[in-house]
Design a protein around this ligand. Sequence first.
Ligand code: SF4
Length: 461
Amino acid sequence: MDQGLLAAVVSGSARLTPEQGLSLYHRMSLPELGRWADARCRQIHGDALRTYVIDRNINYTNVCSAKCTFCAFRRDAEDHDSYTLEHRQILHKIGELAAIGGTQILMQGGMNPALPLDWYVDLLHAIKREYPQIHVHGFSPPEFIEFVHFFNPPGATLEEKILYVMKPLREAGLDSVPGGGGEIFAPAPRRKIGLGKCDAESWLSVMKVAHSLGMFTSATMMFGHIEGYADRIDHMRMVREKQDAALAAGRGHYTAFISWPFQRENTPLGRVKDWGMNQAELDAEFPGDVVARAYDFGRNPEVDHKALRPAAAEFGRRVRMSGASDYLRTQAISRLMLDNVYSIGSSWVTMGPHIGQLGLAYGASDMGSVMMEENVVSSAGTTYCLDEAVLCRLIRDAGFTPAQRNNRYDIVRIHDGADSPDLQVTDWSQHRARKMHQEMPREKTEPLTISIAKASTLQEA
Ligand code: SF4
């Protein structure tokens, strides 16, 4: 890789092409990639502060009309452990967040056809009435697309229909839209893993409408399953192009990009066999790479998959899981590719605290959230627990001063004094982060039944 080009990328005077981004996966060592990504991060954010936010994930329902194969969270309405929170329960959770100095909620759910639009509007009004200081980061693009399907709003185009639904939510108190459901944009893997979930164009349309209403959003990517490396680069390319348009329009835009590897436990996709378990597979190209190459970063949208056989015969039937090095590599490349996105977030929720901390040396400027509650990733078998003191210590031990931010990435508090949460801990051997709250299905009352045998006994009695 041309060192002059990378120096120009670091300074912000050059942009990587998709081909150049892909070559970083194959031609650059991880430490070298980390050095370039870190240099770019320092160019944008300086050397002093690295940030985090205190928020709470509120998953208001696990009933979902989609059946994503990587999801362990969703339930059908009739399942014994399905739930939909009542407004008062959601407000109670927000009260707990406000009590510890939290600044935002991340509110996402399954896509529950039983909830009318008024349910959401009334909820937002109630939140803003009781907790006007809390930022509502809510309802990911797939939810908005399902709202369009559920509520059938008027409009000649999808964007007009989205606007019809989004506007009352915005007016009722929705502050920003999270990038959930981004998964992987490339159509071939997306179709296979996201059953019932919106396609990439629809996802991007929701964000375009959110930006037009002045909202700030994030973008996400879930990788390390059936996709090829070129699909990841193409995902970043699409975010970058849409961000160019959003910035030119001058309303809202993407503030952050967060990527993480697929978590396999308790998911249908997790039962798919790993690639490379025999010599023939080790000698061959991963099918996801074969398919991704044929699409040529979206320049060739009509690919005949049959023509790609036998090399792609196992596409979708094998996963290539990501470990720590692939995660750090992907995050570092995202920092170099996404020259127009302010923040890259590390994902301690999926990778654990110490890889999340290491992410700060691989292009990430933000450690994400002190989460009081998380239900989706933990459903897939990954549960890490950090409180504010631990998160601050991780950032400080990585060589930075921890700073609490809000959703707009404005600094709320800089922890450079003795009253910093981590510096107040006098004995780390005794310090334990409290286990995260996890949404438990409410007890369901089983209807009383009397079997035929018991009924006859009763009659005899
Ligand atoms: S990932 Fe989201 S949209 Fe997909 S099934 Fe799970 S809850 Fe539903």
